[in-house]
Design a protein around this ligand. Structure first.
Ligand SMILES: CC(C)(COP(=O)(O)OP(=O)(O)OC[C@H]1O[C@@H](n2cnc3c(N)ncnc32)[C@H](O)[C@@H]1OP(=O)(O)O)[C@@H](O)C(=O)NCCC(=O)NCCS
Length: 442
C-alpha cells in the first residue's frame, strides 16, 4: 500500500498548494446569492461544498474525475474475460484523479484481499439483532462494531500532529472497504439463507468475491456486481450519504463512525432505500393487476393510483439530475445484453415509457426521468436475489468507495469542522420588517 499512499500524498500536496493559491487570489469572490426559499427547501441549488471525486451535471449525469459512465465502462480495466469495469479501478480514479493501469487495479485488489479479515465480534454484534431487523440496521451495526479497529481513533487518542490525520484515515478507509463485502454477504446469508455462510475466496476481485459470498458462482452475476459497485459509488458531495459522511468526518470522527452515519442516511426511502421501494412497488402492481407483464396503459393507471394516494413513484425524480440517469441507462444496457426477455426487466422498461409523461403533466416535478434505483432491483431479481430489503446494503457497499475516497481528501486538505449558520423564522420575520438582525451569521 506504501506506493499508493506515496503517490496519493504527492498528488494531494500539489492539489493543496493549488487550492491555497486559488483562495489567496480569489477567496473573497462571490459565487452566488442565497434566496430565502432555499434555506427552507433543502438548500437546493446552493453550492456549499467541495468534493473532488466526482461532479454531477444536471443534464449529463455523473462524471467521475471528468469521465462519464459510458467512458468509464470503456476505459477502466476489466476482469479477465469480463466486460464490466472493476470497481477497484473506479476507486483508483476518484482517489487519484487519473485512470488506473491494469497493474494499479491489480494492486488495489490485492490490498483489499489482504485487509479483508473481519473480527468475530462484528459477526457476534450482528447476530445479537433479531432476524427481523432490517438489513441496513444489521449493516450499520456491523460497521459500528468494526470501529474497534480504527487506526485513526487509536492514533488520535495517543496524540498526533494534524498534518498526519490523513494517513490513518487512509488506512481505515482501505480496511473498511476491504471488509464490507464480507459483512454484507454475512447479513444476506444470515437473514435469508439460514446462516449458511460462504467463506471468502481470496483469489477473487472485490466485487467478484462479494458475488461469491452471496452465493453466486456464475460469471454474469459477478459482472453485474462489478458494474453495480462501480456505478453506485459516487454522486458528488451533496447527496445525503456523501454529505453526512463528510459532515461527521469534519468533527474528526473516525471513518467507521462517518460511514455508519452516512449509511443511516442511505437507509432513507428518498435516498438509497428507493431501490427496495421500486421492486416492492412493482411486485405490488403485479399482484394487484394479476399479471407479471402489465401493459403500458395498466402501468399508467397504477401510477395515477400511487399519486392519488399521496405517494411518490419510487425510482423517478432527482434533486439535481434533469435527464434520464446514465446509471439507469448503463443497467438497461446490461439488461439488453444478458436478459432481454425477462418480464420484470421489460416491465421496468415499460414503466420508463409510461411514467415520465404522467409526472411531467403534474407540472411540479423538476425531473420526471428515472434514477439509478428504477432499474437495479430488476437485474438482481433476475438472478434470484429477490429479497429487496437487502438491496440498499449493496448500494452501501458501493457507496463506501466514493465517500471514503472523499473523506481521505477532506483530511489531507485539512477541511475544518462544518458549521453552517441557521436562523429561526422569528429572526426571518424581524429581518423582513427591516430590523437589524444577524441573518448572515457574520
Ligand atoms: C429524489 C427526490 C427526493 C427529489 O426530491 P426534490 O428535489 O424535492 O424533487 P422536486 O423538486 O422535483 O419535487 C417537487 C415536487 O414533486 C414531487 N415529486 C418528486 N419526485 C416525485 C416522484 N417520483 N413521484 C411523485 N412525486 C414526486 C415532490 O414530492 C414535490 O412535491 P411537493 O411539492 O408536493 O412536496 C424525489 O424526486 C423523490 O421522492 N423521488 C422518489 C424517490 C426516489 O426515487 N429516490 C431516489 C433518488 S436517487
Amino acid at each position: 500500500m506504501g506506493i499508493l499512499k506515496d503517490r496519493f500524498k504527492a498528488k494531494a500536496d500539489a492539489a493543496a498548494a493549488e487550492i491555497k493559491e486559488i483562495l489567496k487570489e480569489n477567496g473573497t469572490k462571490k459565487i452566488g446569492e442565497v434566496q430565502l426559499s432555499q434555506i427552507y427547501q433543502g438548500m437546493r441549488g446552493m453550492t456549499g461544498l467541495v468534493t473532488e471525486t466526482s461532479y454531477l451535471d444536471p443534464q449529463e449525469g455523473i462524471r467521475f474525475r471528468g469521465y462519464s459512465i459510458p467512458e468509464i465502462q470503456e476505459k477502466l480495466p476489466k476482469a479477465k474475460n469480463g466486460n464490466e469495469p472493476l470497481p477497484e479501478g473506479l476507486f483508483y480514479l476518484i482517489l487519484m484523479g487519473e485512470l488506473p493501469t491494469e497493474e494499479d487495479v491489480a494492486h488495489a485488489t490485492s490490498i483489499w484481499q489482504r485487509r479483508s479479515h473481519v473480527p468475530n465480534h462484528v459477526f457476534a454484534a450482528i447476530d445479537a439483532l433479531p432476524l427481523t431487523a432490517h438489513p441496513m440496521t444489521m449493516f450499520v451495526t456491523g460497521i459500528m462494531a468494526l470501529q474497534t479497529e480504527s487506526n485513526f481513533a487509536k492514533r488520535y487518542a495517543q496524540g498526533m500532529n494534524k498534518k498526519d490525520y490523513w494517513d490513518p484515515v487512509f488506512d481505515d478507509a482501505m480496511d473498511l472497504i476491504a471488509r464490507l463485502p464480507r459483512i454484507g454477504a454475512y447479513i444476506y446469508r444470515r437473514k435469508y439463507k439460514n446462516s449458511d455462510h460462504i467463506q471468502p475466496n481470496g483469489l477473487l476481485d472485490w466485487a467478484g468475491n462479494l458475488a461469491h459470498m452471496l452465493g453466486y458462482s456464475d460469471e454474469s452475476f459477478k459482472e453485474l456486481m462489478r458494474l453495480y459497485m462501480t456505478i453506485h459509488a459516487d454522486h458528488e458531495g451533496g447527496n445525503v450519504s456523501a454529505h453526512t459522511t463528510h459532515l461527521v468526518g469534519s468533527a474528526l470522527s473516525d471513518p467507521y463512525l462517518c460511514l455508519a452515519a452516512g449509511m443511516n442516511g442511505l437507509a432513507g426511502p428518498l435516498h438509497g432505500l428507493a431501490n427496495q421501494e421500486v421492486i416492492k412497488w412493482i411486485f405490488e402492481m403485479q399482484k394487484e393487476l394479476n399479471t407479471d407483464l402489465p401493459t403500458k396503459d395498466q402501468i399508467a393507471d397504477y401510477v395515477q393510483k400511487t399519486l392519488s394516494e399521496g405517494k411518490v413513484v419510487p425510482g423517478y425524480g432527482h434533486a439535481v439530475l434533469r435527464k434520464t440517469d446514465p446509471r439507469f441507462t448503463a443497467q438497461m444496457g446490461f439488461g439488453k445484453k444478458h436478459m432481454p426477455d425477462d418480464k420484470l426487466v421489460q416491465t421496468v422498461w415499460n414503466i420508463y415509457e409510461a411514467v415520465p409523461p404522467i409526472l411531467q403533466s403534474l407540472g411540479k416535478i423538476k425531473n420526471p426521468w428515472p434514477n439509478v434505483d428504477a432499474h437495479s432491483g430488476s437485474l438482481l431479481v433476475h438472478y434470484g436475489l429477490k429479497e429487496y430489503e437487502f438491496y440498499t446494503v449493496l448500494f452501501g457497499i458501493s457507496r463506501s468507495l466514493g465517500v471514503m475516497a472523499s473523506l481521505i481528501w477532506d483530511r489531507v486538505l485539512s477541511f475544518p469542522i462544518e458549521r453552517p449558520k441557521s436562523v429561526t423564522t422569528e429572526l426571518v420575520k424581524r429581518w423582513l420588517k427591516g430590523e437589524e438582525v444577524d441573518i448572515w451569521g457574520e
